[in-house]
Design a protein around this ligand. Structure first.
Ligand code: 6GU
Length: 252
């Protein structure tokens, strides 16, 4: 998977993704990360890329042409363009569709994604109309720019790229898969601050342990994210217990 990020702050994106699992995935070649500095495509002798908004008001607006040229520098080499299609280009904005796990898996099917990060008051609407295919928000709050949001998306999408997670990391997949939260985890010591590890986890009975974890997932979801169960209710989702029973979201 090839990620391209069009941004005024390429260092922020590179440094943020250079560490841990995603850093390893880049080093191992499972994903590529190409940051493009929009400022390198300035059409102004002082290297400016923003200007005052028509109609007045606070803040500055990023001009269409530098963004277009930055996009073009990536798009012209994309597989999509060679096939006569528009490359998938995601504009990070609180006005977008709210990002969730289903979108993660959908984007993970692409060979190449372009992320466009805005700053200041925004980007001239006309270039957005020409290059953007998807408007995405990472939640209902406002960030100072799209960089952190693009990093969030790249992290979540990369987990679905073959080779990025090792076996142990992949085993951690169940959470969110069925719109359920993960069960609680414990490691040594058996007793800590007079709190004991749940006895069932010490039995070595894997059926019992799986059943307990499944139940904990349901309880935890009901307590912390009842909205997820509500969503499943309307989707008529049934949970299949590892020991053969089922529970419908509607019965929770
Ligand atoms: Cl994607 N961008 C910005 N600038 N702010 C946000 C956001 C994105 N998602 C939530 N807030």
């Amino acid at each position: 998977m090839d990620f391209h990020v069009l941004t005024l702050f390429p260092d922020m994106v590179r440094q943020g993704l250079n560490t841990s699992i995603i850093g390893r995935a880049i080093k191992d070649g499972h994903i590529t990360l190409n940051t493009v500095n929009i400022r390198d495509f300035s059409i102004n002798k002082h290297n400016r890329v923003d200007d005052y908004p028509y109609g007045g008001g606070a803040g500055m607006v990023i001009q269409a042409e530098p963004v277009y040229r930055a996009w073009e520098s990536v798009a012209k080499n994309s597989k999509a363009i060679k096939q006569g299609k528009k490359p998938r280009c995601i504009y990070l904005t609180p006005q977008g569709k709210v990002f969730h796990q289903t979108m993660v898996e959908e984007f993970a099917q692409e060979e190449e994604l372009i992320f466009l990060c805005g700053h200041y008051e925004g980007i001239d609407e006309r270039v957005l109309e020409e290059v953007v295919t998807d408007y995405v928000s990472i939640g209902d709050y406002v960030l100072t720019g799209g960089e952190l949001a693009s990093m969030v998306m790249i992290d979540a999408i990369s987990r679905f790229v073959p080779g990025v997670l090792n076996n142990e990391e992949s085993a951690q997949f169940e959470s969110m898969q069925d719109n359920l939260l993960e069960y609680p985890h414990y490691t040594r010591p058996e007793s800590w601050h007079e709190k004991e590890v749940p006895k069932v986890l010490l039995t070595g009975d894997h059926n019992k342990i799986e059943a307990w974890r499944w139940e904990q997932s349901l309880i935890r979801t009901k307590e912390r994210r009842p909205d997820l169960l509500e969503k499943n209710k309307s989707l008529k989702v049934a949970y299949f217990s590892p020991t053969g029973g089922t529970k419908k979201a509607a019965e929770m």
